[in-house]
Design a protein. Structure first.
Length: 140
């Protein structure tokens, strides 16, 4: 039993390296935030001026970001039905980084907008590509 526990513990730590944890941090957003970008499209914001321009009207509600240390990866979308859960997976071993979002829908409620943002440790090439899949969603 001790071996099984040890193996499970080892597998847990092996799945995320310390570098992955340090380089990506979820950034909290107010509910129902919308900015002027296409649905299901990722943008990477690299400066305070770009942040202020993109998030006009929301800046008082958002935490300050040290853009000398971080970039902000932001994506938003609209689900044709309610959202039950997000499954978010990052691959930071590629260039550009890859973000996969699988949204589990709840068909008991209707249309719901969503947004996600992550702080990424600043480096020369912090580009991100994203894919979004809506599970159990009606055709868009």
């Amino acid at each position: 039993m001790k071996k099984l526990f040890f193996l499970l513990l080892l597998a847990t730590f092996a799945s995320c390296s310390k570098n992955d944890i340090k380089m990506l941090t979820r950034y909290n957003l107010p509910q129902n935030i919308r900015i002027d970008i296409p649905s299901d499209s990722m943008i990477v914001i690299r400066s305070s001026s770009e942040f202020d321009n993109r998030f006009k009207g929301y800046t008082d509600e958002l935490s300050k970001i040290d853009f000398n240390k971080y970039d902000l990866a932001y994506i938003q979308g609209a689900s044709p039905t309610g959202i039950e859960d997000f499954n978010v997976q990052w691959n930071v071993d590629t260039t550009p980084y890859e973000l996969s979002i699988n949204i589990k829908n709840n068909i008991t409620t209707q249309y719901q907008i969503w947004s996600l943002a992550y702080l990424i440790a600043k480096r020369k090439n912090n580009d991100v590509v994203a894919s979004v899949v809506y599970d159990n969603a009606i055709d868009r």
